[in-house]
Design a protein around this ligand. Structure first.
Ligand code: SF4
Length: 561
């Protein structure tokens, strides 16, 4: 049996699988297939972008497959640099031409919406014989191949969730699949530690509660997975698939938030470093600010552990959602604004030092959601005031994410998102104001002009090249020159946009540099740039200084030969 896995990409509150990220789903499915005796060489993986860009090549794989599996689903709105998630129309087009058995699954089972502010619905796929996995797609695939009868009559399969023991095996057996990803080896492997929110109440909009109680994976299982991925060539990892890393294997208390277990986090990070000694990136995602506020001592210990073992430029994304206490109460949100402020302070205190890749070791990220129940015009003011307070207190935040709620079936928010439309104009105006008055000055503090950032991967190139460091919430860098896609370069930060920066290669080889690049050097205007170009070639730094009216400090950004 030949099997094709089509990765339509996923983006969930606690899981990312849009390039350069690969979600755990393809790996789990590949492992389940291997366990059902499908040979490795008969399991193909293609991304939806490969199907779009080189359809003939990728099409051969799917047309010859006996089983075609599509992974899809966005349960949070996102914008992506060079990838675009699969649409229901594309799913239909693919399934209408493939001859094999068809399976569709992933977070799409929770609903599909094109953008924030729109309600999600289970999409109608107008093709006969599509098997929709209503629970975990990897478990469905495994169960289908369990017997001839299930293959013949998949409608009789009981939809179920996979167990942590199953994914312990499947994640290791399926690690080989990363080699088929077009970004390999520069691929961020999203790692799962657990899913299901450990709170007693759940935020009105969140789909994580639909996964049930927290099902923690054993540390040894996650470490074995990393070891298998590392052996397959993976060097970039993010511990991102969990609602709150700090409560991995936390102790249940009578309160809303379980108590963190710093020793477990230490053994997780130490274990990963032991089996992947030359990893290039180890980042995290998702921390509940209420956990930090409720357990500051444990959280401080955890942060120190993270900084000991991770790579710099790490981001603890905090789901703040709102600074309006009434909205917090009306939606059972996790943290009051004061809790979040304390969490931001603590992360800055422990993680604010600049690390080897040029970014601070560990900074908070902030997520806001608009359109929640109880939102008023005053909510927008309160949110803005909160961000201004953070900025004025000289606290750093790596990025602020502002979105409108996507309401999903089976969440308390479903059908109650009337405020999204009502406040749309206000939302857009306020977002623009935050970009200008908060994001821009914040970015100037996080990466001041002259900062050297290491290992930017060039991803999109025309007359400007856009690149990012591989990592959690990477900063977008525009370089005013066409560079080779896939190349890694160091850059000097030369300018700031609201959400991105401009940079030039570091060190800049002056004798070969274009006037556009020279003009970008810190403190150099157009007239001086013309003078520098006119004086080329330079044989030494001294000659460069003698011929131009510039300060010696410029020498740290350039190279003469
Ligand atoms: S705390 Fe709220 S947003 Fe976070 S996982 Fe739980 S329910 Fe979802």
């Amino acid at each position: 049996m030949k099997v094709a896995i089509i990765d339509g990409y996923v983006d969930e509150p606690a899981c990312l699988g849009v390039p350069p990220y690969m979600s755990p789903y393809p790996k789990y499915i590949a492992g389940a297939l291997r366990e059902q005796k499908i040979p490795q060489q008969d399991i193909y993986y293609v991304t939806i972008d490969q199907l779009r860009i080189s359809p003939e090549d990728a099409k051969n794989k799917i047309m010859n497959a006996d089983l075609v599996i599509i992974i899809a689903g966005m349960t949070v709105p996102g914008k992506y640099l060079r990838a675009s998630p699969i649409t229901p129309g594309e799913i239909e087009s693919i399934f209408s031409i493939v001859p094999g058995t068809k399976i569709l699954g992933g977070p799409i089972r929770l609903g599909f919406s094109k953008e924030g502010g729109k309600a999600a619905n289970i999409p109608e796929i107008d093709v006969e014989d599509v098997n929709f996995a209503h629970a975990d797609i990897e478990a469905f695939v495994y169960d289908m191949l369990q017997s001839e009868a299930n293959i013949r009559e998949p409608e009789n399969i009981v939809h179920r969730f996979r167990t942590v023991d199953e994914i312990a095996r499947w994640s290791v057996n399926g690690a080989f699949i990363i080699k088929q990803h077009p970004d390999y080896p520069h691929l961020m492997c999203e790692l799962e530690t657990y899913r299901g929110c450990g709170r007693k109440k759940h935020c009105s909009f969140c789909t994580e509660a639909l996964y049930g109680a927290s099902d923690y994976r054993a540390v040894a299982d996650v470490v074995s997975e990393v070891s298998a991925l590392y052996d397959a060539g993976a060097r970039y990892f993010r511990i991102g698939r969990q609602p709150d890393l700090f409560t991995y294997h936390a102790t249940d208390t009578d309160g809303d938030i379980p108590k963190p277990n710093p020793q477990i986090i230490e053994s997780l990070y130490r274990g990963i470093r032991n089996v992947a000694p030359e990893l290039r990136v180890l980042h995290l995602d998702n921390v509940n600010p209420a956990t930090i506020a409720a357990y500051p001592d444990e959280s401080r210990t955890i942060m120190k552990t993270i900084i000991q073992y991770h790579t710099s430029g790490d981001v603890a994304a905090l789901g703040m959602e709102t600074a309006d206490p009434k909205v917090v109460a009306a939606n059972d949100l996790k943290a009051m604004p004061e809790d979040v402020f304390e969490a931001i302070k603590l992360i800055n205190d422990v993680g604010g030092t600049r690390g080897a890749n040029g970014l601070p070791e560990l900074l908070p990220g902030l997520n806001f959601v608009h359109g929640l129940q109880g939102e008023t015009k005053k909510t927008f003011e309160m949110n803005y005031e909160f961000m201004k307070r953070v900025l004025d207190a000289d606290l750093l935040v790596r990025r602020i994410n502002i979105r409108q709620v996507m309401s999903f079936p089976d969440t308390p928010m479903f059908g109650k998102d009337v405020l999204v439309k009502k406040h749309k104009k206000l939302f857009l105006k306020y977002k623009e104001m935050v970009r200008k008055e908060i994001d821009l000055p914040m970015l100037r503090k996080v990466v001041p002009t002259g900062t050297i950032l290491r290992d930017i991967m060039c991803e999109v190139s025309d007359h400007i090249t856009f690149g990012r460091q591989l990592g959690s919430y990477p900063l977008l860098v525009g370089i005013p020159e066409k560079l080779l896609i896939g190349k890694f370069i160091d850059i000097t930060v030369t300018g700031h946009g609201y959400r991105s920066i401009t940079g030039i290669p570091y060190p800049l080889k002056v004798n070969q540099a274009s006037i556009k690049m020279i003009q970008e050097l810190p403190g150099i205007g157009k007239k001086q740039a013309l003078g520098i170009v006119g004086g080329m070639p330079y044989k030494s730094e001294q000659e460069f200084l003698d011929k131009n009216v510039i300060g010696e400090e410029l020498l740290k950004y350039i190279k003469i030969s």
